[in-house]
Design a protein around this ligand. Structure first.
Ligand SMILES: Cc1cc2nc3c(=O)[nH]c(=O)nc-3n(C[C@H](O)[C@H](O)[C@H](O)COP(=O)(O)OP(=O)(O)OC[C@H]3O[C@@H](n4cnc5c(N)ncnc54)[C@H](O)[C@@H]3O)c2cc1C
Length: 392
């Protein structure tokens, strides 16, 4: 059995396969020279408790199961898992209805320990945050996802599997009931193949004969970091009430396991799928994004938000002003730029941002076509789900 991608999902799936089929040959194919080179190594590091997601959706069920499995796994392996807690802050009365809806969803999803706070209650938990009301999730945690991914890779090897770096899958073809995965130099044959290719997931799925859509539209998420002297502005995680039209959570304050506090990510269209810097442009990839009718429909519908995000990206003061909306003492001098990440967000033909995880089956191939946040949190549960699909 084969898995494309050594991000947290591909490795979690391979780990599940070696556990479920002892003695089977399981190989992970990764184009880079290390695990977690893309989204898994460039994210906020938050183990989400499952607040926002539509009850009954894959995101809701797999996040709730996944976060419990992840907590136990980190305890077992001695990996950091700090339940520093999170507040979602309504800045003014206009955001109360959206906060009510998050509270309703969180309760329906079975998020433990949730509490509604007044502005005063918020300040007891986060003394430098300001808002008219908030939700407190005490079990939301911070983790080191690259370390988790490396531990999964060790489990795969310990279970007799293999993780092959520098193997870029450039062609897939069927041979009888089997799948042949080819790099420019080598071919490997598998009974079953799982595609967890993150920012390239639509391309690799298409190599397997899957539909053109949904296409991946890459959104860069830029961060700033508090200068150490201002770390005391934030105790845990402080989030705004997100705009319900988008699957992104809004620029937030995130304490990191290794120390420090990040502010971000925003969501700016990236001009290259793996373009971590503003100047990274890949014309062929950009053209591919623009040619997808869904991208054009998305742009027509959301150009105002797109321009606002671009402005926040270009002008530090605008980015900081957004975050100051719920931590008023924040000043532009308190932050320095930090490394960005790129989200693989699937967009359907009609221009809608795919909200839920999307996992398809195509003969012997399972394709993970949309696995944005909270997929890292949910990885162990997604792995169970994918392996069940493989057995259908
Ligand atoms: C800015 C940002 C913040 C986020 N914050 C959080 C958070 O706080 N909590 C959370 O739960 N989630 C968060 N996420 C989401 C989370 O990081 C992703 O959902 C998760 O990492 C997806 O894992 P993956 O394995 O599918 O993708 P990836 O980690 O991107 O791995 C895909 C792998 O496939 C490889 N690959 C691609 N094409 C090929 C090919 N042709 N051949 C071989 N290999 C290939 C790539 O090199 C890559 O290593 C965030 C994401 C971003 C970008």
């Amino acid at each position: 059995m084969g898995v494309v991608g050594a991000g947290i999902l591909g490795l979690a799936v391979a780990r599940r396969l070696v556990q479920r089929y002892p003695g089977a040959r399981v190989t992970v194919l990764e184009k880079e020279d290390r695990p977690a080179a893309h989204q898994t190594g460039h994210n906020s590091g938050v183990a989400h408790a499952g607040l926002y997601y539509a009850p009954g959706s894959l995101k809701a069920t797999l996040c709730r199961r996944g976060v419990g499995l992840l907590k136990d796994y980190c305890a077992d392996r001695g990996l950091p898992y700090e339940e520093c807690g999170k507040v979602v802050v309504a800045r003014d009365a206009r955001e109360l209805a959206a906060l009510d809806e998050i509270e309703r969803r969180a309760a329906a999803n079975g998020v433990p320990g949730l509490r509604r706070l007044t502005g005063g209650g918020l300040r007891e938990i986060e003394p430098h945050a300001a808002g008219v009301a908030a939700l407190h999730s005490p079990t939301t945690a911070i983790v080191d996802f690259p370390a988790v991914a490396r531990a999964f890779a060790d489990d795969v090897r310990d279970g007799g599997g293999d993780v092959r770096f520098g193997f870029e899958v450039v062609r897939l073809r069927r041979a009888g009931g089997r799948v042949v995965a080819a790099s420019p130099r080598e071919e490997l044959v598998f009974d079953r193949l799982v595609v967890c290719a993150g920012l390239q997931s639509d391309r690799v799925a298409r190599l397997a004969g899957d539909a053109r859509g949904p296409a991946i539209v890459p959104f860069r998420g830029e961060y700033y970091r508090l200068v150490p002297a201002r770390d005391e502005l934030v105790r845990g995680l402080i989030y705004p009430v997100p705009d319900p039209r988008y699957p992104f959570l809004g620029v937030h304050f995130t304490r990191r396991v290794g120390g420090g506090v990040d502010i971000g990510p925003n969501a700016v269209l990236a001009l290259a799928r793996e373009g971590y810097r503003r100047r990274d442009v890949r014309p062929a990839e950009l053209w591919e994004t623009l040619r997808w009718p869904g991208s054009r429909r998305l742009a027509r519908r959301h150009w105002r938000t797109g321009l606002k995000e671009l402005y926040g990206s270009a002008v530090k003061r605008a980015f900081v002003a957004e975050a100051r909306g719920f931590v008023p003492e924040l000043a532009a001098a308190d932050v320095v730029p930090a490394p960005a990440g790129v989200r693989a967000q699937a967009v359907d033909l009609d221009g809608s941002l795919v909200d839920d995880f999307r996992i398809g089956l195509l003969g012997p191939v399972v394709t993970v076509r949309n696995a944005p946040s909270p997929a890292a949190t949910s990885s162990l549960a997604i792995a169970e789900h994918v392996v069940e699909r493989l057995e259908t």
